[in-house]
Design a protein around this ligand. Sequence first.
Ligand code: BTN
Length: 335
Amino acid sequence: MSRSAGMAPAGSGEKVLSLLQGSGGEFVSGAQISRSLQISRSAVWKQINTLRELGYRISAEPSKGYRLESSPDSLLSPQIRQGLKSGVIGRRIVSLQEAGSTNTVAFRLAEEGGEEGTVVVADSQSGGKGRLGRVWVSPPGVNLYCSVILRPPIQPMSAPQLTFLSVVALARAIEQSTGLTPRIKWPNDILVNGKKVAGLLNEMSAETDKVNFVILGIGVNLNMTLDQFPSDLRHPATSLFLESGVTVRRTDFARCLLQELDGIYATFLREGYGPVRGEWLQRSRLAGERVTVSNDGNVTSGVVRGIDEYGALILEGEGGAMVQVVAGDVRLAGD
Ligand code: BTN
């Protein structure tokens, strides 16, 4: 089960932090905090100490009050929110120390009426879910595990479009944060130098002709080291740190990802699937390439001509016939 906001004191602790963060680097007096939050001066002092224990450096001067000097790289909601430029995505951020799976937490919130744009983020997952019933390895302190509630006005059949949308946002965020060049592997893996760094697991609640909500589940290996990967992985995996040699600040990455998601989702609602499809094709670098797709022992080969509005890969086979492939493991011919 998930524990709430274990990375920070619940309630007033987060609020004290928000006040310090909102002061633009200036001191905030204890009296002012106490007045704003309607808590006693000694409660303010306690919250400041708890924040310090969590890794926040807060200076105190008797005549001036408290000033936030630096923050740990945690995934607390006020920290992600600080400077977040987004309209819908991240309007509510639920930070958990540990979740079974952030997708499960987000799904339950959505069933209870959680609003579009709500984000659930966890420092670690004890039961991280991957595609096809696999486990998503989710150690604490190093990566990003998050799930986003969307309530798009689309037919259930079109829901795969959101998978393409989220994988494009993720690729943009990786490129911006690291300068690496990620490649999208159909349908929704992200590879860097041929190894998987991120994956998506989207889940949906729908009726015959209406989507109630979609949960975008996003896992990114940011700073994992080699010894943290299980030795029996089916496909080679890596982290952004291992590929770039630079530690990625999780807070900054999360903010960047939420902004990219926000931007592309707004475009999707305004202009439809076209722009997403175009960017997906370009970032997959599959268009015009000869590939083979294997699915349960069946192998289909052809030249990639696009993806359709339901997410299927369109291949031109021998003799020019077009074939739609809905699932499988895609490989560039010659890989
Ligand atoms: C894959 O197999 O490639 C998909 C992995 C998806 C992992 C993310 S981590 C956040 C969210 N919560 C989960 O339990 N899974 C997704």
